[in-house]
Structure formats: structure tokens, C-alpha cells
Design a protein around this ligand. Structure first.
Ligand code: ZN
Length: 153
């Protein structure tokens, strides 16, 4: 288990240091700010859909600043969510939330979670839960048509 912990820690450190999809998106279909006043995490997320009937998420990018957990979560989410439908995004939003608050066990969903499982340990640190979930709350808001800043408070 310690080995897995270390591996997960490396995943988070890597995505914090080299965040994927970390840029402004021109011609985004949706764009929304997310703010976690508790920690100071503050990002803008951009979403572009593809032309298919189900409007799959073609691309998610983000800009902004925050702690390692929030930045890694945003980076991993942006890569993970590519190609998913809105319904699938909703499913993962709920699943990720249940994992980081400790309502569901990551071990029971390990294949489905992929790199998202790296955040399972966050459930032991209630102060960091909002850091990990801020990107997901903001993406969810962008997808459901929210137009005011998402705040975790
Ligand atoms: Zn934070």
C-alpha cells in the first residue's frame, strides 16, 4: 500500500509541476471561474465540445493559481474528461466527490478511476477536499450553464 501511496504522490507532484492543458482556450464553448476562498485556489476553466450529436467534451483547459492539490486535480481532470459526454462527466464528478470525502472506496472503483484514484488519500485531510473538488465543481458549473463564479464556500 505504501508503494501505491508513493506512486500517487508522484502523479500529483508531476501534474502540479507540469500541468496539462494549462492555457487559455480561444473560442471555448463555455468558460467559468472557480474560487476556493479557504485556500486561495483560483482558476478559470474552458470547455470545447465536438460536433457529434451527444456533444462530447473535446477539450478542457485551465489557467490560474492554487495549491499543488488543486492544480494537479485540474490537470488530471482536464486530461481524464476528454472525449466524455456530459452525462459521463456528471457521473465522474459525483464519483470523484464521493471518493475524496470518503463516502466510497477508491479500491472498489480503481479501474474506472485511473489517475483520479491518486486523490483517494485526500479523504484523510478534510481541509484539502475543497482543493481537490474545486476543478470538478467548476467544470460541472460550466457544463450545466452556470455563468457566475463557482465558490466552494
Ligand atoms: Zn488548495
Amino acid at each position: 500500500m505504501d508503494e501505491i501511496r508513493e506512486l500517487y504522490q508522484e502523479v500529483i507532484l508531476d501534474h502540479n509541476k507540469n500541468p496539462r492543458n494549462f492555457h487559455v482556450m480561444e473560442n471555448a464553448d463555455a468558460e467559468l471561474e472557480g474560487y476556493n476562498p479557504l485556500c486561495g485556489d483560483h482558476y478559470t476553466f474552458y470547455v470545447r465540445y465536438d460536433d457529434s450529436e451527444t456533444k462530447r467534451i473535446a477539450e478542457v483547459s485551465f489557467t490560474g493559481n492554487g495549491c499543488a492539490i488543486s492544480k494537479a486535480s485540474a490537470s488530471i481532470m482536464s486530461a481524464f474528461i476528454k472525449g466524455k459526454t456530459k452525462d459521463e462527466a456528471e457521473h465522474y464528478f459525483n464519483l470523484f466527490h464521493d471518493i475524496v470525502v470518503g463516502k466510497k472506496s477508491a479500491a472498489d472503483h480503481i479501474e474506472e478511476l485511473g489517475k483520479l484514484a491518486a486523490f483517494a488519500g485526500v479523504s484523510e485531510f478534510p481541509m484539502r477536499v475543497k482543493c481537490a473538488t474545486l476543478p470538478w465543481h467548476t467544470l460541472h458549473g460550466a457544463i450545466t450553464g452556470e455563468d457566475t463564479t463557482i465558490s466552494t464556500e
